[in-house]
Design a protein around this ligand. Structure first.
Ligand code: RFL
Ligand code: PHB
Length: 389
């Protein structure tokens, strides 16, 4: 088998990269070790920046997103007694969309299987080889158990945090890793109930953080700060609704409850790996970096990476110019660190940890963001997404 760009991993980063390269006339093959059903069912991010929406629409995979996505002009920041609306269009001229990552993935897979390049599910033993030369290859075993070799001009490692690509880059470049784990986790819930508010609510509370989000006019997505070792079996639906209602309580307002259809505990971590390139192997998305979900940045950062990477690879493979691939890692990492800081800052401001001194600092910061246009604008610009490139 031969292709121009071998792509490891069919998450949003790999699938979108394949689509963007296809539109530039560059051949790809996408290799995914899970099944299509598994990939399409994974519940993850829900908020898309304007740049992400525009990229998906321009790539011809935004039709359902434009129909079913819920535009949001802001968020509420809450602390006891106060629920303050930040109006993004007036603060920074941008907005965001609620549209599940599962739906983005389904749209990309359906476009790829309809008229796109090969997408192979259920492969195993994936190994990128000879990435320091101009003719790298990927060895893998296909879904029928047959060993295969995919000869490439370049390889994209879009195989997420637990993938095989990052270790190959780190080993060959003497790369660096930075990591921060947080002393809390999120309990995420999907429920068949209409959202109780028009916008997302990020709530600070003495019991811990709560987030009210949504997937559609009839489906809510809700999160609670819990201990990292928390067992999901200990959280009955009643206990979840009581905690959510307590932490988001406001006079004259009530949280609607309904059947919980999914619940799980999610770890929180910041992680950056540099460089994002070794020779002809390029990392993008969670393969190179992880942010805690409080800033809603993970998926958007993956999209920003592959936007830069698609342009750089097109220039290399269609034009023989190396300038953009040579600067890819530095340009991507500049944005990665900005989002890493923003996600860490939102996380630190909103989650209960430490003592009463820490709590007073958090409340002071929240009052500042709610009371100062300059402070609110800084949040709004980062939340809605800084320019790519
Ligand atoms: P993904 O989505 O992890 O996709 C990587 C793909 O590579 C496959 N893979 C391999 N394929 C072939 N060979 C191998 N050896 C392979 N190893 C792995 C995997 O099966 C998978 O299909 O990475 P990508 O494309 O970079 O996309 C990044 C986003 O998925 C991620 O940033 C966000 O989902 C992060 N995230 C969240 N972000 C938010 O902004 N808001 C959220 O609410 C939110 N919730 C979450 C999340 C991430 C989670 N994870 C990773 C545990 C909730 C969870 C549970
Ligand atoms: C979600 O809807 O899943 C969501 C929204 C905002 C976040 C994180 C997750 O900051």
């Amino acid at each position: 088998m031969r292709t121009q760009v071998g792509i490891i991993g069919a998450g949003p980063a790999g699938l979108l990269l394949s689509r963007l390269l296809q539109l530039q006339g560059i051949d790809t093959v996408v290799l995914e070790n899970r099944s299509r059903d598994y990939v399409e069912a994974r519940i993850r991010a829900g908020i898309l920046e304007e740049h992400t929406v525009q990229t998906l629409v321009d790539a011809g995979v935004g039709e359902r997103l434009q129909r079913e996505g819920l535009p949001h002009d802001g968020v509420y920041l809450q602390y006891p007694g106060v629920r303050h609306h930040l109006d993004f269009p007036s603060l920074c001229g941008r907005r965001v969309w609620a549209y599940g990552q599962t739906e983005v993935t389904k749209d990309l897979i359906s476009a790829q299987l309809h008229d796109g390049p090969p997408l192979l599910f259920g492969v195993s033993d994936v190994v990128p080889e000879d990435v320091d030369g101009d003719s790298p290859r990927i060895r893998f075993t296909d879904a029928d158990g047959v060993p295969q070799v995919l000869e490439c001009d370049a390889i994209a490692g879009t195989d997420g945090f637990h993938g095989v690509s990052r270790p190959v880059v780190t080993a060959g470049t003497g790369g660096r890793l930075w990591e921060r784990t947080y002393p809390y986790a999120w309990l995420g819930v999907l429920a068949d109930v209409a959202p109780s508010t028009d916008e997302l609510v990020y709530a600070w509370h003495p019991d811990g953080f709560a987030l009210l989000s949504m997937r559609s006019p009839s489906v809510s997505r809700l999160y609670l700060q819990v201990d990292p070792g928390e067992r999901i079996e200990d959280w009955s639906d009643d206990r979840i609704w009581t905690a959510l209602a307590t932490r988001s309580a406001l006079d004259g307002w009530e949280l609607e409850t309904g059947p919980v259809t999914e619940k799980s505990v999610l770890p929180m971590r910041s992680f950056v790996s540099a460089p994002m390139r070794r020779g002809r192997l390029f990392l993008a998305g969670d393969a190179a970096h992880i942010v805690p979900p409080t800033g809603a940045k993970g998926l958007n950062l993956a999209v920003a990476d592959v936007t830069l990477l698609a342009t750089a690879l097109t220039r290399l493979l269609a034009g023989g110019r190396t300038d953009l691939v040579d600067t890819y890692s530095d340009r991507a990492l500049a944005r990665v660190w900005r989002c890493t800081h923003f996600s860490w800052w939102m996380t630190s401001m909103l989650h209960r940890a430490g003592d009463d001194f820490d709590a007073e600092l958090q409340l002071s910061q929240l009052r500042r963001v709610c009371g100062s246009e300059a402070a609110a604008r800084e949040l709004a610009e980062n939340y809605t997404g800084l320019p790519v490139g």
